[in-house]
Design a binder for this molecule. Structure first.
Ligand code: ATP
Length: 283
């Protein structure tokens, strides 16, 4: 597989304050990549640079072999973007939002109508096509954002916190859409605060903290690295976490303890690894 997204030693500085530092990363074509990190880690800034919305202060970014600064127009043709803050226009209908976006991308009329129908159908909004967007639920608006981002048939889709603020059923529904698009071959980069989202969706995970990429790998690689078994020990109102290569070794350790009160063993998960790495919970 070739590289869909490539960052080499990328920095972004605002008023001398580095918010992204020395970020190098390659995402293959067809990959579903999750960028995880606490508030202010630099995830949105990274997405903004990848999607030509802001320029890197230093370093190189290529999308489908096009430089994001020198060939921004070619990059824009190849990417779809669903950002947290880019909302759909509430005073237009569902169809008008799609139509407007299609015209911006100069999609010829007949093709545009066919694609609007197809993508609205795909995100199950066909029956709401004549409704004002402000009358839609949060989940429907997000689905419309996705349909709109797909209208010009991008190769790569960027999703910044795609399910934030949505109820569990709606999140699941969006996950299915995201998964299905990836199965159809679309490269995807998503940022999220939700560990379960990354675990469920992503082939590979990058953890950002304070502007730096501090960990990278598949979930199983990360679990192998940090340990698949965990011993939790209650210390007052806090828990101490100790990783072990597997559950058997975690249990063996527990068995050796003279006092097992306040101790428990369980399989580790991504959140444990995240807390170990950043010393913080995400919520
Ligand atoms: N336009 C800007 N001007 C100045 N500082 C900025 C700007 N955009 C972002 N920052 C700062 O850069 C840092 C990284 O922000 P960013 O939004 O990329 O983080 P994030 O990981 O996406 O966090 P969140 O999950 O809260 O969105 C923050 O400290 C933020 O205040």
């Amino acid at each position: 597989m070739s590289a869909a997204i490539s960052l080499q030693n990328v920095y972004k500085t605002y008023s001398d304050r580095p918010v992204v530092q020395d970020l190098s990363l390659t995402i293959k074509s067809g990959e579903m990549f999750g960028l995880l990190g606490p508030n202010g880690a630099g995830k949105s800034t990274t997405i903004r640079m990848l999607t030509t919305l802001t320029k890197p202060s230093q370093g190189q970014i290529q999308i489908a072999d096009f430089d994001v600064v020198r060939h921004a127009a070619q990059v824009k043709q190849r990417i779809g973007v669903v950002l947290q803050q880019t909302s759909v226009d509430g005073d237009l209908t569902v169809w008008e939002n799609m139509e407007f976006h299609g015209r911006l991308h100069h999609i010829p009329n007949r093709v545009r109508q066919e694609r609007i129908d197809r993508w609205l159908d795909y995100v199950e909004l066909s029956d709401r096509r004549n409704d004002l967007v402000k009358t839609l639920s949060g989940g429907m608006k997000r689905r419309l954002q996705i349909a709109r981002a797909l209208l010009h048939e991008p190769e790569i889709l960027f999703l910044d916190e795609p399910t934030v603020g949505l109820d569990p059923q709606t999140r699941r529904r969006l996950w299915e859409i995201i998964r299905d698009l990836n199965k159809q071959g679309m490269t995807m980069l998503l940022t999220t605060h939700y560990m379960d989202e990354v675990e469920y969706l992503c082939d590979r995970i990058g953890v950002m903290d304070a502007g730096k990429l501090i960990e990278l790998g598949t979930l199983s690689e990360l679990k192998q690295k940090y340990g698949e078994g965990l011993v939790m020990t209650q210390k007052g109102d806090k828990w101490d976490y100790q990783f072990f290569p597997d559950l058997e070794q975690a249990n063996a350790y527990l068995d050796q303890q003279p006092n097992k009160t306040g101790m428990m063993v369980r399989p580790s998960n991504l959140e444990d690894i995240f807390v170990e790495l950043t010393g913080r919970n995400l919520d």
